[in-house]
Design a protein around this ligand. Structure first.
Ligand code: AVI
Length: 313
């Protein structure tokens, strides 16, 4: 059984949606993409030809996990933020010879499935699933309290946070992982919009379905009447902010209700649903330093599309 810590998330979904639709510009946090359908669609995104981050990072871990583990130090407790990826995590676990593995995720179902899958592949490894929102206060299981930690935060999920929140999260990780900890973190590089925009607006329309699924979720869970056919997916490269933004744009004037509240949007108005920040080599190291970590090594692919950085507390 996973430990349960933190608040029940359903109340916050309602609050975030109502607040997000009521402010200007309208914006709903990206964390609400990930209901069951959203998580499935995200898995589909990771296999798209245009979406390079998962492919490139997985290959980096496959080919360089030995170097990463040696640089971090063997035999630590690996603490993964976000439920383990069945393709990336095993490369690190095989190389790092960890004393224990903690995986932290807000979704209990995903967490238990990941933990069960990894337990089969690593029968001798003590695995501790922790159901928690790692953006909020939580404690690691007592069983790992005396072990040195290696935090693992792959996927460039840090890029989905605005820099201020990213720094807060890095600082929280440092506090939770403790003295002497190391952190292995994936960050997507700044690159041409000709590569970035298709990665977030693929030809098959999977990312569009992922974005629009948020509206389906609002209609289903919050009694919404949003006319989803009158919205379209937009992916925009915001150069000054070095980020891809995803929006849902009303294609005509629309009015709808959510949870008994009425909203109107004019044609062309958008709901901002996600930021995906990209980091150049110096930006990435600066972010880590701002978060209380000292960068000590990094691994990138030949085209410098994606980086895995190692830092110490
Ligand atoms: C989860 N996260 C790192 C993805 C990203 O690339 O920002 C989410 C995503 N959104 C659209 N495509 C992928």
């Amino acid at each position: 059984m996973a430990d349960r810590e933190g608040d029940d998330a359903s109340g916050s979904f309602r609050n975030d949606v109502i607040a997000g639709l009521s402010t200007r510009p309208r914006a709903i946090p990206a964390r609400w993409f990930y209901d069951e359908r959203g998580s499935e669609l995200f898995e589909d995104i990771t296999r798209l030809p245009e979406y390079y981050p998962t492919r490139v990072e997985t290959e980096l871990l496959r080919s360089r996990a030995g170097d990463m583990a040696a640089a971090a130090g063997f035999g630590r407790a690996v603490v993964e933020f976000g439920s383990g990826s069945s393709t990336k995590t095993p490369h690190l676990l095989r190389a790092a010879q960890p004393a224990a593995y903690v995986l932290i995720d807000i979704s209990g179902d995903f967490l238990r499935a990941s933990a069960a899958g990894l337990a089969e592949r690593f029968p001798d490894l003590p695995i501790h699933p922790l159901e928690a929102d790692f953006m909020r206060p939580y404690r690691l299981p007592a069983a790992v309290s005396d072990l040195p930690k290696l935090g693992f935060f792959p996927g460039s999920t840090i890029g989905n946070m605005v820099p201020r929140s990213a720094v807060d999260l890095l600082r929280r990780m440092r506090d939770v992982l403790g003295e002497g900890a190391a952190l292995l973190i994936g960050m997507d590089r700044v690159k041409s919009p000709d590569i970035l925009v298709p990665a977030y607006d693929d030809a098959a329309g999977v990312t569009a379905a992922f974005n629009l699924n948020l509206l389906h979720r609002i209609n289903k869970e919050l009694g919404g009447t949003i006319p989803i056919d009158h919205f379209r997916h937009r992916a925009i490269w915001n150069d000054p902010m070095a980020r891809i933004e995803m929006h849902l744009e009303a294609t005509r004037d629309v009015s709808f209700d959510v949870d008994g509240r009425s909203f109107e949007m004019a044609a062309g108005e958008t709901i901002h649903t996600e930021n995906s920040h990209k980091y150049g080599p110096r930006d990435a190291r600066l972010l880590l330093r701002a978060g209380g970590w000292t960068p000590i090594d990094e691994w990138t692919d030949e085209e410098d599309q994606f980086a895995v950085l190692l830092a110490e507390a």
